[in-house]
Design a protein around this ligand. Structure first.
Ligand code: NAD
Length: 478
C-alpha cells in the first residue's frame, strides 16, 4: 500500500462507504506493478441504494434553478483547481501518465465543468409560430432523468467530467462507474462537488465488477439515460442493454485515426504535431493519430522525422523528473503491443524504432514506429491503443481518402496539406466525427466530441454535450 494514495470507497449520498460485494480486484501503480489499494466492490444492495438515492435527489435537483446549479458547478471547478497538485499526483499514481499531463488533464476537467455550468444556463426552448391565433406552441428542454455513466481509465478526469458536468448542469442526477484501474481520480472529483454544496445523491460513484454494475443499473427503471466511453465491443453490449428500456444512450467508442500527409504538406509541422499527439498518454487515446498514409514524395522524410522524435523520448515513471512518456495503464496493453507489433513485422512491416518493453517492471512500452505496414496486418485494422505509429505509402489523394475510410471506425481523422481545395474535399469525404487539418486540436470543452460508424453514437462536449441530457417537451396552450 502507498500511504499517499487516497482511501477508496463507494460514494453515495456524499459519503464514502465500503462496498459490500464480493470479489477481489487490485488497483496498481502501472509504473511499478505495486498495489495501491483494493477496489471497493459494490453489491446489488449497494447499487439499489445508489439508485434510490439518485431518484430521490432528482426530484429536488430538477427544480433547482439553472443559475444555482451553475454556481455549485463553478465552485466545484474552483476546488479542483485549488487542489490540482494533489489530484494530479493521484491520477499519475493510478494511471501512469506524466505528472505534467495529469495536471493539464485536471485543469481541463475544471474547464469542462465551468463550461457546462454556463451552458446549462442557456438550455433554451423556443416558441413555434402557431397556425391558430389562440394556440401557442412552445418547447421546453427538461432533464432526461437519472443517468448511469461508465468511464474508462485513459482519461480518468476529463471523460467523467464531460459526463458528470453535462448531466448535472442539465438538471439530471448521475451514478458513475469509473474504471477499475482509476477509481481515486473520480472520487476526488465527487468529493470536490460535495464540498461545493452539491446536494446528497445528485452524484454517486460506484465501483466493482463492470458487467454486474452496468447490467444492474441499466435494467433499473430509475435510469433514463446511459453514457459509456470504452471499446466498441463493450459499447455494443451497453447499447443492447439500453435498448431493452428504450433509454437514451451516448456511446464514445474506439477509433483508428488516419493521418493523411499529402504531397504539399509542411512536413516538419506534420512530424512535430504527429509525434506530440501520438505519444501523449502513451498513445492510449481514442483520437490518437495512428494510421499514417504518407505521399510517396515525402514518405522518407516523414518516417525519418517521426522515428527521430520517437526515439528521443524519455520513457519512465510519470512522477519522475524529466519523463516524457509514462507506462501503459495495465498489462493488457503490453500484451496487445507485443501481439500487434510482432504480427506486423511478420507481415512485412519495417520497425524503425521501439518495438519492445525496455523495462523489467511496470507496464512500459517504448515509442514505436512501423513503416511499410501492409493493410492486411492486424494493427492496420484493430485499434492499437498504445505508443505505436503505423506508416504506409500512398501515391494520390484518392488512394489516401479510400484508405482512411476503409475501416468501420469513424472517430477522429487528420490531414496535412497546404491546398485549400484538398482541405475542402477532405472535409466532405472523410468519414469521421472530428477532422483536424494541419492541427490536432479537436478536443475542447466547447467543441462537440463524437464518432460515426462503429466509433459511437452522439456527442459529448459543446452544446451538443448538454443536449444529450435534455428531452424536448412540446407545450400547446390555448
Ligand atoms: P474494455 O472495453 O474491457 O474496457 C473499457 C472500459 O469499459 C473500462 O473502463 C471498463 O471498466 C469498462 N467496461 C468493461 N466492461 C464493461 C461492462 N460490461 N459494463 C460497463 N463498463 C464496462 O477495454 P480495456 O481492455 O480496458 O481497453 C481495451 C480497449 O478499450 C482499447 O483497445 C480501446 O479500444 C478501448 N478503450 C477506449 C477508450 C476510449 O476513450 N474510447 C478508453 C479506454 C479503452
Amino acid at each position: 500500500m502507498t500511504s499517499a494514495y487516497p482511501e477508496l470507497g463507494l460514494f453515495i449520498d456524499n459519503e464514502l462507504r465500503p462496498g459490500r460485494g464480493s470479489g477481489d480486484r487490485r488497483v496498481v501503480n502501472p509504473a511499478t506493478g505495486d498495489e495501491l489499494a483494493r477496489l471497493p466492490i459494490a453489491s446489488a444492495e449497494d447499487l439499489n441504494e445508489a439508485l434510490t438515492s439518485s431518484e430521490r435527489a432528482f426530484a429536488a435537483w430538477r427544480r433547482v434553478s439553472a443559475l444555482e446549479r451553475s454556481n455549485i458547478l463553478r465552485k466545484a471547478a474552483g476546488i479542483i483547481r485549488s487542489r490540482v497538485d494533489e489530484f494530479a499526483r493521484t491520477l499519475t499514481l493510478e494511471q501512469g501518465k506524466v505528472l505534467a499531463e495529469a495536471r493539464i488533464e485536471m485543469m481541463a476537467a475544471a474547464d469542462i465543468i465551468d463550461w457546462f455550468a454556463e451552458e446549462g444556463r442557456r438550455a433554451y426552448g423556443r416558441v413555434i409560430p402557431s397556425r391558430q391565433p389562440d394556440i401557442r406552441f412552445s418547447t421546453l428542454l427538461v432533464p432526461v432523468g437519472p443517468v448511469a455513466a461508465f468511464s474508462p481509465w485513459n482519461f480518468p478526469a476529463v471523460i467523467p467530467a464531460r459526463k458528470v458536468a453535462a448531466s448535472l448542469a442539465a438538471g439530471c442526477t448521475c451514478i458513475i462507474k469509473p474504471a477499475e484501474e482509476t477509481p481515486a481520480t473520480m472520487l476526488g472529483i465527487a468529493q470536490a462537488f460535495a464540498e461545493a454544496g452539491l446536494p446528497d445523491g445528485v452524484l454517486n460513484v460506484v465501483t466493482g465488477e463492470p458487467a454486474e454494475i452496468s447490467t444492474h443499473l441499466i435494467a433499473s427503471p430509475i435510469i433514463r439515460k446511459v453514457s459509456f466511453t470504452g471499446s466498441t465491443a463493450v459499447g455494443r453490449e451497453i447499447g443492447r442493454l439500453a435498448a431493452g428500456g428504450i433509454k437514451r444512450v451516448t456511446l464514445e467508442l474506439g477509433g483508428h485515426a488516419p493521418v493523411l500527409v499529402l504531397e504539399d504538406a509542411d512536413i516538419e509541422k506534420a512530424v512535430s504535431i504527429s509525434a506530440a499527439f501520438k505519444f501523449r498518454n502513451a498513445g492510449q487515446v481514442c483520437i490518437a493519430p495512428t494510421r499514417f498514409y504518407v505521399h510517396e514524395r515525402v514518405y522518407d522524410d516523414f518516417v525519418n522525422g517521426l522515428t527521430t522524435r520517437a526515439a528521443a523520448l524519455k520513457v519512465a515513471d510519470g512522477l519522475a523528473e524529466g519523463t516524457q512518456m509514462g507506462p501503459l495503464a495495465n498489462s493488457r496493453r503490453v500484451k496487445a503491443m507485443e501481439r500487434l507489433i510482432s504480427d506486423a513485422v511478420t507481415a512485412g512491416a519495417r520497425l524503425t524504432t521501439g518495438g519492445e518493453s525496455g523495462a523489467n517492471r511496470g507496464y512500459f512500452w517504448q515509442p514505436t514506429v512501423l513503416a511499410d505496414v501492409p493493410e492486411t496486418a492486424r494493427i492496420m485494422n484493430e485499434e492499437p491503443f498504445g505508443p505505436v505509429a503505423v506508416v504506409r505509402r500512398v501515391s494520390s489523394v484518392d488512394e489516401a481518402i479510400a484508405a482512411a475510410n476503409r475501416l468501420p471506425y469513424g472517430l477522429a481523422a487528420y490531414a496535412f496539406t497546404r491546398s485549400t481545395s484538398n482541405s475542402i474535399r477532405l472535409g466532405q469525404e472523410i468519414e469521421a466525427g472530428m477532422l483536424g487539418i494541419n492541427n490536432m486540436m479537436i478536443n475542447l470543452a466547447e467543441t462537440p466530441f463524437g464518432g460515426v460508424k462503429e466509433s459511437g453514437y452522439g456527442s459529448e462536449g459543446g452544446s451538443e454535450g448538454l443536449h444529450a441530457y435534455l428531452d424536448v417537451k412540446l407545450i400547446s396552450e390555448s
